[in-house]
Write a protein of this length. Structure first.
Length: 382
């Protein structure tokens, strides 16, 4: 019997997680990644609920737990850098059970290291054409045949376009950018949030001497052909605090993450031999904080479905979970960028007084309940 083979487009988080699970089931996995090396940029990502169970079954939970950010505090500041309120991070993030928060770079490396020996990675290449009989033409000119092709190539998936045609993303009214600057803030597992109407900047570092990760979010209708560095300078210059020095560092940034806060909604994730996974099929947007969890759970469920030759099973198990998390992401998008001055003042008042509120744990539990329900809204096949 010939060994079954799967081509996965995209070595982000979903692609290597699927490759890991296919290899475990005796299926040959090849990952093709357009970038010349792992794209290891990004901020912290959350792994919640069902996704922690998936990491345990993959045997990678302990590695991820060792990389947990172990955040200490979150501080909201004014334009002059003075604090509005400092809060205990574990209280504010409302983590439950085995939920983890890991810098994206670390998770990318954990997944890659766990698969590098058994999975063929083709960096600097991409799919140029998908043919009906499972044959794939690569941009490098090679042709190969696979039993399945999986698009795990993110929000702007080229695999999706080739198999399903143009699918319009649902724009949630904002853009987000993440990049590293050389450390000069002296943060040690502390996060800073600085907001103005329509704009927010956040900064985080795992410890003194490590690069500071900067996040910038701004409200905007869809931009045609945005040039990230120019757009960020135009939107954030003169905002206050140290924002101008972050903008000055932009030219030295290698892997700038810049994207719209958007969702992908599709009635079906497979067509013939082509299947979509992670952001390519059901991006919930960074506003949900659930993109990584959906990618991990999706990878596990898809590996099982491919093994059984039952792609309908993938749709059946994932659909309610995906719908719930997409709905949650839409709800949260409005909160990610503060609206007017009144909304901002109201939020700042809430943060200032929360520390002294005897019901603070109950309040946070109430606020984060929909997130935890969404994070657990799936039964993973045994
Ligand atoms: C550099 C980077 C930084 C990010 N930072 C954050 C963050 O800070 N916060 C957050 O919430 N989310 C972030 N994300 C998105 C987050 O990783 C995903 O929402 C989520 O983890 C789902 O993962 P994914 O594997 O489906 O998609 P992604 O992690 O986006 O991975 C997709 C991969 O496919 C590759 N690819 C794209 N097109 C092609 C092609 N045509 N052929 C081959 N490969 C292709 C990309 O280079 C990338 O490696 C980031 C994504 C990237 C790529």
């Amino acid at each position: 019997m010939t060994q079954r083979s799967v081509l996965i487009s995209g070595a982000g988080l979903a692609g290597p997680a699927l490759a890991h699970q296919l290899h475990r089931r005796g299926i040959r996995a090849t990952v093709v990644e357009r970038a010349p090396a792992l794209r290891d940029g990004g901020y912290k990502v959350d792994i919640r609920g069902a996704a922690t169970e998936v990491l345990k079954r993959m045997g990678l939970f302990e590695a991820a737990r060792a990389a947990d950010t172990d955040m200490r505090t979150v501080t909201y500041i004014k334009a002059d850098g003075r604090p509005i309120a400092t809060l205990d991070a574990s209280l504010l993030m409302g983590r439950r059970g085995d939920d983890l928060e890991v810098v994206r770079t670390e998770l990318v490396r954990i997944l890659h290291d766990a698969t590098a020996a058994d999975v063929g990675y083709r960096f600097g290449d991409s799919i140029a054409e998908l043919r009906d009989d499972g044959e794939v033409l690569f941009a490098s000119g090679a042709t190969e045949r696979y039993d399945y092709v999986v698009g795990a190539d993110g929000l702007h998936s080229a695999t999706r376009r080739m198999a399903f045609g143009e699918v319009a993303a649902r724009h949630l009214g904002a853009y987000i950018s993440i990049f590293d600057v050389p450390d000069d803030l002296g943060l040690d597992r502390e996060e800073i949030f600085f907001s103005a109407p329509g704009r927010m900047v956040f900064a985080y570092s795992t410890g003194p001497g490590t690069p500071t990760k900067i996040g910038m979010v701004f409200a905007s209708p869809p931009l045609t052909d945005p040039r990230p560095r120019a757009v960020l300078r135009e939107r954030f210059a003169g905002m206050g605090w140290r924002v101008d020095s972050f903008l000055a560092a932009l030219d030295g940034v290698d892997d700038l993450y810049f994207d719209s806060l958007s969702q992908i909604e599709m009635p079906q994730w497979s067509r013939g031999r082509v299947v979509l996974l992670g952001d390519a099929g059901y991006c919930p947007s960074p506003a949900s904080g659930q993109g990584t969890s959906l990618a991990l759970v999706g990878a596990y469920v898809l590996a099982d479905a491919i093994d059984k030759g039952d792609l309908a099973g993938y749709e059946r198990v994932m659909r309610p979970y995906v719908d719930r998390n997409l709905a949650y992401g839409r709800k949260m998008a409005g909160d990610m960028v503060p609206g007017g001055r009144f909304q901002l003042a109201f939020r700042n008042y809430g943060m200032r007084t929360l520390r002294f509120n005897p019901w603070k744990r109950q309040i946070i539990e109430q606020v984060t309940r929909p997130l935890h329900e969404a994070a657990n809204a799936v039964v993973i096949p045994s």
